[in-house]
Design a protein around this ligand. Structure first.
Ligand code: ZN
Length: 61
């Protein structure tokens, strides 16, 4: 019926990636390297800063 569920998008370039791709979830070795490079460059935030979780207004004690 639908083939949409079989599609996955490369987190780097947003191209659709086939699950059989040897570089899954990336579309290519280049994108995988790019993603690793981002981590190395600190482009992604490192977990450690507290998330801003809003207080639930309905749970005042
Ligand atoms: Zn890609």
């Amino acid at each position: 019926m639908s083939e949409a569920t079989s599609l996955f998008r490369c987190p780097v370039c947003k191209k659709s990636v086939d699950r059989d791709n040897e570089n899954f979830p990336f579309c290519s070795d280049r994108c995988r390297t790019t993603d690793l490079g981002r981590w190395a460059a600190g482009d992604y935030r490192i977990a450690g800063e507290p998330a801003h979780i809003p207080n639930d207004p309905d749970s005042e004690l």
